[in-house]
Design a protein around this ligand. Structure first.
Ligand code: ATP
Length: 511
């Protein structure tokens, strides 16, 4: 099945089963804003818990914070967002559609990369076990020609971004013959910068009101609280502050479901270190974060690091963790070495000293910062994309969400075989016993086969069926989502069996 079709199915599945709804749907929706339904909110909470516990509980020197969305407007001047938080936009004059110029070029690069991968897949099939991929990459004329095209375009693109040369970005689009996917034409406007921050007003009277911004990242709330946390928590460098919260960006293009939203949620951690040690910490956090992703078991080959073409104004090193979505490798998380830029800027703009006295060096300095920043919503999409499976069975087929058990919205469904003979009561008793430990669902409607399918479709790792034998011997059938295997076990064993699979400890053991 084409990857775009899979993506469409994912979006439809998310709606059908109450994971994600378009915001304001009965009013025809609001662009790039989404609501999480009854199952979506559970999955989202579990993702946040996986992140929070791995950062704050497992690292003695990382603490949490929950700062306000509204902040003093000067903060965004100091951070550089008022002047420089913008994307280059370009319009197609025929379709009137708006695009990000950098994304159009990135997609062109991905196309060339795709051609290389196609050659390799073809050759792999042709040569079988004898295939030497490295040799093929180094010698095949078609691969080499495309590699040359890729490198030339990449170099030109990176230079244009770094020089902030908008004319050159447009020229690249023209030279590459990039067409608008809607009109198919090359009738482009000039490239302009577009600031992504939402502004609003605070204050009762028009005269007294001042412009404030909805935060475009949670990081600044951490920087401006650095002194508070360091002092009150008696934190010693190196240490980190973690925060989960909403962020807002007036994104130019928003057509990829929850991949790019105008209101979204970030999980960010700023790690404060001694100047000169930041690149070491950068490498360490790169590894830690990649392990966190890989522990979910979606296949190491589906993750990669991507170096930034252009470093942000504050960074001296930056890398993205990319996941292979149905629409290609895309960023899920950014890891940035932000130097002392933010704290120094806040020192300057606030007039307050933001220093750390290092007793080992017997000197004060502005700490350097390594940041890890991941979108909850992108992580959500990553999990749904990786988990969604259509399986052919002997007689029919099923859709199953293979969500890692600790993240699954519902952990177990308890199903009385029939609605009588005391079976529903036994089911309710089991739920009453387990509901404080696990999210349970009760279902007595339709045949048992249909009920299993419904639970597969929402990713429930366990179904527990109560039948007449249960009345005699207190045993039930437990069915496993992934293998569909069924086992007869005593009711008292359920807690242990389920806990072994759904506990976060299991994931942390691998992370
Ligand atoms: P992109 O290049 O895709 O616009 P970015 O590099 O601007 O992303 P960062 O500023 O590094 O993103 O933000 C950190 C993380 O926040 C991203 O890796 C992503 O997971 C998430 N994120 C950023 N923008 C959005 C958005 N519009 N919708 C959903 N998640 C987002």
């Amino acid at each position: 099945m084409a990857q775009e079709d899979i993506f469409k199915k994912l979006v439809a599945h998310c709606k059908e089963y109450g994971f994600v709804f378009q915001s304001s749907e009965i009013y025809d929706g609001l662009g790039a804003v989404y609501d999480y339904g009854q199952l979506g909110v559970e999955l989202k909470n579990n993702i946040k818990k996986y992140w929070w516990d791995s950062m704050v509980l497992l690292h003695e020197n990382v603490v949490g914070l929950d700062s306000a969305i509204f902040m003093h407007p000067t903060i965004w001047k100091a951070s550089g967002h008022v002047d420089a938080f913008s994307d280059p936009l370009i319009d197609n004059k025929d379709s009137k559609k708006r695009y990000r110029a950098d994304v159009l070029i990135e997609e062109q690069l991905a196309k060339i990369e795709g051609k290389i991968e196609k050659e390799i897949t073809k050759a792999k099939k042709r040569f079988g076990d004898a295939f030497d991929e490295q040799q093929f990459r180094e010698t095949n004329p078609r691969v080499l020609a495309n590699k040359k095209k890729f490198d030339e375009l990449h170099t030109r693109f990176a230079k244009a971004l770094n020089d902030g040369d908008l004319d050159e970005l447009k020229q690249i689009i023209i030279d590459q013959g990039i067409v608008c996917p809607v009109s198919g034409s090359r009738n482009w406007t000039d490239v302009r910068q577009f600031n992504l921050m939402f502004a609003t007003e605070m204050g009762a009277t028009a005269e007294g009101a001042s412009t404030i911004y909805l935060r475009p990242e949670t990081a600044q709330g951490i920087f401006v609280n650095y002194l508070n946390v360091q002092k009150t928590g008696r934190m010693k460098i190196p240490f980190g502050i973690a925060q989960i919260g909403k962020a807002f960006r007036n994104e130019i293009v928003a057509r990829q479901f929850i991949f790019r939203m105008r209101e979204f949620e970030q999980m960010e951690m700023q790690f404060f270190v001694r100047p000169g040690t930041e690149l070491e910490w950068f490498e360490k956090w790169k590894e830690t974060r990649m392990n966190w992703h890989r522990a979910l078991g979606f296949g190491d080959e589906n993750y990669r690091f991507h170096e930034h073409e252009k470093l942000a104004h504050y960074a001296n090193a930056a890398v993205d963790v990319e996941y292979k979505f149905p629409f290609g490798f895309k960023e899920v998380e950014g890891i940035h070495s932000r130097t002392d830029f933010d704290l120094s800027q806040h020192e300057e703009y606030s007039g307050k000293k933001i220093r750390y006295f290092d007793p080992e060096l017997n000197e004060s300095y502005v700490p350097f910062v390594v940041e890890t920043s991941i979108g909850v919503d992108r992580m959500f999409l990553q999990i749904i994309s990786a988990a969604y499976t259509e399986e052919k069975l002997e007689k029919d087929s099923r859709i199953v969400l293979r969500i890692p058990a600790p993240l699954a919205p519902v952990k177990l469904a308890v199903l009385p075989l029939v609605k009588k003979d005391g079976l529903p009561e036994i089911a309710r008793n089991i739920i009453n016993d387990l509901k404080f430990d696990f999210n349970c669902q009760y279902d007595e409607k339709d045949s048992i086969g249909k009920r299993y399918r419904r639970q597969d479709a929402i990713g429930t790792p366990f179904c527990v069926t109560i039948d007449h034998q249960t009345i005699d011997d207190n045993t039930v059938t437990i069915r496993y989502r992934d293998t569909m295997a069924q086992k007869r076990v005593a009711i008292e064993e359920l807690r242990g069996i389920i806990d072994a699979q759904v506990s976060f400890k299991k994931l942390f053991g691998q992370a």
